[in-house]
Design a protein around this ligand. Structure first.
Ligand code: NAI
Ligand code: AKG
Length: 745
């Protein structure tokens, strides 16, 4: 192995993703007008020191950067090949950013490595005897080259004529590391395939017990980490890199927990009730919350009936005394459910199961649920009554409502006082629904005969006023835990968590309105809506003040809301460093004072169209047409297109005069960019025109600059939109980074 190589690595743009979000954040927060590449070499671009300190300092946008693909593993391989003596990170970040920088490296799993903070990188490199460097800044690469240090420059641009032989242009960090390993004679076993980085394997934390098959299903696509949700330090540690968290009722998903999970995209509740999840905090963070309503309803319903029977038949005591060798046949006086009046509070999924089972016992059923129809009561064979009537007339009252402010302590001392003497209470819903203190007192006084309780205000429950009372049957929240329920819940949660992580639309989202349309129609429309949002932000790179969506034709409001959320999220991803998904798109827009205005023109008898408009100088517009099967972007800035936009494109706004299109073609030809198709539109002969060129190859920045030099070409945008197939909706768009250039007319 060649031991003479000493390597200096740049940080931003080499170990991190491209630092464009830093410039965008500074522009937004400090009202600056920095170009996207400002932090490729912030010192060289004269970014003021105070701005650099803010960007790289505690809580600054640099702490939110993602690592470059596979960067931690690549650094590990370099360290293995070269040894830590011969590798150093030299960054031009200010010295004051040392703690946040080190914290970022550690948080993203980079191996420990020497790091030096210096504006004059070459002076430090010389002192350290550096022979090779990896950089993304041309200025630093040039300076290294002048000092005789070979510098791998990460860029897509071709080399200009007569560039120093000490500068070696490579497309990305993987290629640079390959070259260094080759030079060092080290084995090349790069993460991912030889010529490109593999997407990172998803990490799913499971913090409560779930079905074994569900775990296996998750493990087929992701790394599954199991931790005890009650062990906060262990859970927080596991969540640092987690994409999804799966819980049942024990783990409390609080705002604090979410703050420890910067990558989290999905929280899945393997069950029904989501009261252990801070839905507001999850929504603000753009995290999708899933649950599996109904999958354990039979289990909870049967458990409810089991608690009733256990009480009616004295099962618990009779079992214990018989086991103890005491034959107390005369002591027990069980009773039949037949003929009893049972009051069911909440006739949703579980309440309905209970009603259906109890009909077989020939009970009289009273029900209180202000949110369901009379027809539903009739179907279930339940008499609808008000809550007071139910309490006053029932021998057994059983609760099946969700935990909400309205249902909290629905059964308190006053409600209990209305109940028949000797009545029985069953709570298999949520602990908060019943005031346990009042219940315990009524049980002790004898006003109530017995209670069956599966759920507690605080779980796990290690103490309760109900503990030790002889007339209470307690179970540790196992109502929904039947084998069948766990299997069904596990299947739903595993399948939909993986689907949501792949960016697919799932039907069981709690904090994203369900769209009343199913794949593949919705998937296609979603793809195009995301592309439209992306495109409008390429056309309008500075954040506008208004994002207007006008829907023409017959479109259901939930579909319009879905399309708005998807397009808005895609646009916001280019307007803010904050993580945006359809879940928090409207919230983030509000935070950024971006007014989102959705209008409907349902009278228009047209194929449905979604028009996205943003204000600016000039304002921009993108229109999506959707014939309920196919969808496509059919207008840009009010110019109609013959074919929907797709693929790699150059879009220009220019004056309609002879020669312009030819000159653009010539420039692209010189840069070996093949043109695959062209569409042009104009308002009037000799007026403003638009051209969309589909190209087979990436358009180098230098070519774009030349195009912008052509007189009467006002703007040029390079953008990639999906051709076919799916791409992630919720985060991490597969749309390529777009370059937008504008020249003032
Ligand atoms: N013990 C366990 O292991 C399990 C407990 N559960 C819990 O059981 C409860 C019911 O679950 P599901 O039936 O799946 O929910 P659901 O949403 O299907 O039904 C709840 C019903 O309560 C009604 N309701 C809401 N507020 C009400 C109020 N103030 N007064 C009267 N009725 C009201 C609703 O209209 C709805 O019909 C939930 O708290 C759930 O978390 C569910 C499954 C297992
Ligand atoms: O088994 C569980 O996780 C609790 C079930 C439950 O309470 C629910 O699904 O709401």
């Amino acid at each position: 192995m060649d031991r003479s190589i000493r390597l200096a690595l740049d940080l931003d743009g080499v170990l991190t993703e491209h630092p464009a979000p830093l410039a965008q954040a500074a522009n937004r927060a400090l009202g600056m007008q920095l170009p996207d590449h400002a932090f490729v070499d912030s010192h060289g671009c004269n970014v003021p020191e105070a701005v650099r300190l803010w960007v790289y300092g505690p809580g600054g946008p640099a702490t939110l950067l993602d690592p470059a693909p596979n960067a931690p593993k690549l650094l590990q391989q370099l360290l293995q090949a070269l040894g830590d003596e011969r590798l150093v990170i030299i960054t031009a970040r200010p010295q004051g950013s040392q703690p946040t920088t080190e914290e970022w490296l550690q948080r993203h799993g980079f191996p420990p490595c020497r790091i030096v903070f210096a504006d004059d990188k070459v002076a430090v490199a010389r002192e350290l005897g550096v022979t090779h460097a990896i950089e993304d800044s041309l200025r630093h690469a040039t300076r290294y080259a002048e000092a005789g240090i070979t510098c791998f420059l990460l860029t897509q641009d071709p080399a200009p004529p007569a560039e120093s032989p000490f500068i070696v242009r490579v497309p990305d960090f993987t290629a640079a590391v390959q070259a260094i390993l080759r030079l060092a004679g080290a084995p090349i076993a790069l993460p991912g395939s030889g010529d490109g980085a593999q997407p990172r394997r998803r990490r799913i934390v499971v913090s409560d017990v779930i079905d074994q098959r569900a775990r296996e299903r998750l493990a087929s696509e992701a790394d599954v980490i199991e931790v005890d949700g009650r062990d906060k330090p262990a859970l927080y540690e596991a969540l640092r890199e987690a994409d999804a968290l799966i819980v049942r009722s024990e783990t409390q998903v609080t705002r604090e927990l979410l703050a420890h999970a910067p990558r989290l995209r999905v929280v899945a509740r393997a069950g029904t009730g989501v009261d252990n999840i801070d839905l507001q905090a999850a929504t603000e963070a753009g995290i999708l919350v899933l649950n599996a309503p109904g999958a354990n309803a039979v289990s909870a319903g049967e458990h409810t009936v089991a608690l009733m029977l256990a009480i009616a038949r004295n099962l618990i005591d009779a079992n214990a005394t018989t086991h103890a060798g005491r034959w107390e046949r005369k002591r027990f006086r069980p009773f039949d459910l037949k003929g009893k009046t049972i009051g069911i509070v909440g006739l949703g999924r579980v309440g309905s199961v209970v009603a259906q089972r109890l009909r077989a016992f020939e009970c009289r059923l009273l029900g209180y649920d202000p949110y369901i129809t009379r027809e539903r009561f009739a179907q279930l064979g339940v008499e609808p009554v008000d809550y007071e009537t139910l309490l006053e007339n029932s021998d057994i009252v059983t609760f099946h409502v969700p935990a909400t402010p309205e249902t909290r302590h629905m059964l308190d001392a006053r409600a209990i006082a209305r109940m028949k003497p000797g009545a029985i209470v069953i709570n298999c819903a949520r602990g908060e629904v019943v005031d346990v203190q009042a219940l315990a007192e009524a049980l002790k006084s004898g006003h109530l005969a017995a209670a069956g309780v599966d759920v507690f205000p605080e779980e796990p429950a290690y103490q309760s006023p109900l503990f030790g009372l002889p007339n209470v049957v307690l179970t540790p929240h196992i109502g929904g835990s039947s084998r069948e329920a766990l299997e069904a819940v596990g299947e739903i949660i595993a399948t939909t968590t993986l689907a949501a992580l792949r960016g697919e639309i799932v039907p069981n989202a709690v904090n994203l309105p369900a769209a009343s349309l199913h794949a593949p129609e919705l998937r296609r429309l979603t793809r195009v809506a995301e592309a439209a949002g992306h495109l409008i932000a390429v056309l309008q790179p500075a954040r506008p003040t208004t994002f207007q969506v006008t829907v023409h034709g017959q479109v259901a409001s939930d579909i319009a809301e879905h399309v708005t959320a998807v397009a808005l999220a895609a646009a916001l991803r280019r307007w803010t460093v904050r993580r945006v998904t359809p879940v928090n798109a409207r919230f983030v827009a509000q935070e950024l004072h971006l007014f989102v205005d959705v209008r409907f023109d349902t009278t228009a008898s047209t194929v449905p169209e979604f028009n996205f408009e943003v204000d600016g100088d000039p304002p921009h517009h993108v229109m999506v047409r959707w014939d309920h099967r196919e969808a496509g972007i059919m207008e840009v800035d009010r110019f109609s297109l013959e074919r929907p936009l797709a693929g790699h494109m150059l879009i220009t706004h220019h004056l309609d005069r002879p020669g312009i299109i030819g000159r653009i073609g010539t420039i692209l030809g010189r840069y070996e960019v093949n043109i695959a198709g062209m569409q042009v539109g104009r308002r009037a002969r000799g007026g403003e025109a638009i051209m969309v060129l589909n190209v087979d190859d990436p358009i180098p920045e230098a070519a774009l600059n030349e195009i912008l030099q052509i007189p009467d070409v006002w703007t040029a945008y390079v953008v990639s939109l999906p051709e076919s197939g799916d791409y992630p909706m919720a985060a991490g768009s597969a749309l390529s980074a777009a370059v937008a250039h504008t020249r003032l007319r």
